[in-house]
Design a protein around this ligand. Sequence first.
Ligand code: TYD
Ligand code: MG
Length: 457
Amino acid sequence: MAAAKTLWYCSNCGNESPKWMGRCPACGEWNTMVEAPVEKKSAGKGSKAVAGVGRGERKPLKLKEIDRSKEPRLQLGMPELDRLLGGGIVPGSLVLIGGEPGIGKSTLSLQIPLVSGLRTLYVTGEESARQVKMRADRLGAEVEDTSIFTETRMESILEEAEVIKPELMIVDSVQTMFTETVESTPGSVSQIKEVAAMLLRFAKESGIPVILIGHITKDGYIAGPKILEHIVDVVLQFEGENRGAYRILRSIKNRFGSTSEIAVFEMTGTGLREVANPSEMLIPMHEAGLSGAAICATLDGTRPLLFEVQALVSSAVYGTAQRSATGFDTRRLNMLLAVLEKRAGFHLSAKDVFLNMAGGLKVSDPAADLAVIAAVLSSNFDYSLPGDSCFAGEVGLSGEIRPVANTDRRIGEAARLGFKRIYVSSFTPLGEQLPKEIKIVKVADVPALVKALFKNA
Ligand code: TYD
Ligand code: MG
């Protein structure tokens, strides 16, 4: 018998390679290649357990023949989650919810049948039925029409689903499930891919929406949901500090709605609570008058979000100064410090600079630049900024302050939250109807900002 053929997969991004490599050439991660047998192409076997039509019955349709009535959607009973999905979950779609262990994936997925009242098949390969029951009790709702199924074999799960015909199916988690058509162990790349493909087929052919949970681990030991991103319809990812109470659910991919939208949840003693107004929780939790803090008006997707940027500038203890940023790109911080040095004459090279985005946020909106500069200078001068001011602007290499997208909406949100002053680029095109309660301060470059903020410092 010929030796079984194997392939190497990157457990971070799913890249295939015929041989082992120390570093994945696709995503650049080290030590992530895992070996897996080549998947057997057993044509009928995988789809046997799937309900519905056989191959030959489907025909191509003329575009104009296709029913154009709106995609019906099922409401999950949590307004923020429904908004994130684009107005509810689409029948027949496969939604992946990813996140680190302990962040609240199982809690959220159990809350969905409890609040929506949908007849749900909840498949868990991680917990016993009693554990799920205890969690449901903790969430404080009666599980009326939800069946809990502790099973990890996909063939049994799909057969059971055909019998129960639920309105919604939840599978927790992809890493614990396995199918007999693939030889490798649960959690391996080929198992994860095949399990997801089976669920996708099941969802498409039965019209039942499926929510799939996937763990993400930093060490890349378990094949991550990244390799599933192109298979599923929607990817929602949990972010945030496990220890903190707030979690952000971000849509990374959505075939039925917009991406980079976020929903904010708070982990309470009785499950996750939706935070309809995220700006309010991210704004300072200390007394006014502390130096090194500046409020940034960012836009996450289409949703304005105000939060605090914190900086600490102190004399370097060791020879070389440290630069460290949490939730912000360190290279961008270095660039902004270089701009401060070259264009505004601040010598920060002998200082340690620490930067933190409050609330465990990860910020990639360039509009945060202005708040970062303001916070760094505020700490450097030990001079606090007024608590009713906020910032939205990108900083360029020549020290110019550049306009950012949708400034009007940022201004609107800042005004709604009671801010009295917002600093934006002089080159910002502004709409007609701006709130009167807030003063819009236009600044052209970094020296002008320094003058406007720190003339008394
Ligand atoms: P869990 O949802 O099991 O996380 P995951 O499935 O992503 O691994 O658990 C999240 C954490 O939240 C867990 O440490 C316990 C805690 N928790 C609460 O604080 N309140 C609650 O009501 C529940 C159910 C869990
Ligand atoms: Mg879990």
